[in-house]
Design a binder for this molecule. Structure first.
Ligand SMILES: [Ca+2]
Ligand SMILES: [Ca+2]
Length: 321
């Protein structure tokens, strides 16, 4: 069972969006209902359907254009001008290691190249006005090959005087693709405050239920005694100091990127990107607290604008090795 702690109340609705994608969209409710800290205006988030993810087309480009190699993905005609957009995934072998490259083509022109130290695959794409200036940006998601888990990386490209340039996206203190998120003790033992730089509202999370369940589950299954001791220590308030850092954002920063639309209390709809981070206690992967979702787009100067934070408590049993 998962409990959702939100800073807003969500509404489920279906919307057509991303004009030009020519794709169906599915709707996903951002949350069930507000509970702790539910002091923000109503919000809904509608994600782009999985169907939007680009199909692999092995040879969409004719043979007489041999400059295209690698794996080509048709992205659909994003701007509706009759030319389908596409990307090409390459493996770059320097004789020692194999790295990845993606070339993104818009109206048959190469507009952006992504190089990565890992092989990378084209993911999903959306074409929407992410900074509210009336013209569309491209949000392009790609997947590095990481053994342990699925992982999304992304770029947001804006057309400035005919050239597509990458908008700055958040980087955490380690230089990873992630928001600068902070988890600190609240005013009481076993309470936490989750925040992100650049956004005033915080999530107040009472972790008692999480740790009580973690202890109960571990005791029931004869789990790791050190973990039980640690969780009881947190519950008892040992080591508690109001306002000090607690736990961590899990490695890799943003795990998943979803493009969609955000509707606030004014009923105004705006394209939005939803980024998932994993949040954990000091025992890291043995104490995963839940999922932190950050909803964002960009202001008129191209700076990241956070629209909302949402925390989804994970009350699943603590992971065992
Ligand atoms: Ca086009
Ligand atoms: Ca725009």
């Amino acid at each position: 069972m998962k409990k959702k702690i939100n800073v807003f109340t969500a509404v489920l609705l279906t919307l057509s969006m991303m004009a030009g994608c020519g794709s169906t969209v599915s709707s996903v409710s951002a949350s069930d209902s507000g509970s702790a800290g539910a002091d923000k205006e109503p919000l809904s988030f509608t994600s782009v359907s999985e169907d939007v993810k680009a199909p692999v087309i092995a040879s969409v480009v004719p043979d007489e254009e041999p400059e295209y190699e690698g794996v080509t993905h048709e992205l659909g005609d994003l701007d509706g001008d009759g030319n389908a957009e596409f990307s090409v995934d390459y493996l770059i072998d320097d004789g020692d290691i194999i790295t990845g490259r993606i070339e993104l083509y818009f109206d048959n022109e190469l507009i952006y190249t992504i190089d990565d130290e890992l092989p990378i695959d084209t993911g999903s794409v959306s074409y929407a006005d992410y900074d509210g200036d009336g013209t569309e940006e491209i949000c392009f998601v790609y997947y590095p090959h990481v053994n342990s888990m699925p992982l999304d990386e992304y770029v947001v490209l804006k057309n400035v005087n005919g050239l597509w340039r990458k908008l700055d996206t958040p980087v955490d203190e380690n230089g990873s693709n992630g928001f600068p998120v902070h988890i600190r003790y609240g005013e009481e033992p076993c309470t936490l405050v989750i925040s992100a730089d650049g956004y005033d509202e915080v999530i107040n999370y009472d972790a008692h239920e999480h740790y009580e369940k973690a202890v109960a589950d571990l005791e029931a299954e004869g789990g790791n005694q050190d973990f039980i001791t640690e969780f009881k220590r947190v519950l008892a308030g040992e080591g508690f100091s109001a306002g000090t850092d607690y736990g961590m954002v899990m490695p890799w920063g943003i795990w998943e990127v979803t493009m969609g639309s955000y509707v606030d209390a004014t009923k105004e709809e705006q394209p939005c990107i939803k980024a998932l981070h994993g949040i954990a206690g000091p025992l890291e992967r043995y104490d995963i607290l839940g999922n932190l979702y950050i909803y964002f787009n960009f202001d008129e100067k191209g700076r990241v604008k956070i629209l909302a934070l949402e925390f989804q408590d994970d009350t699943e049993p603590a992971e065992q090795e």
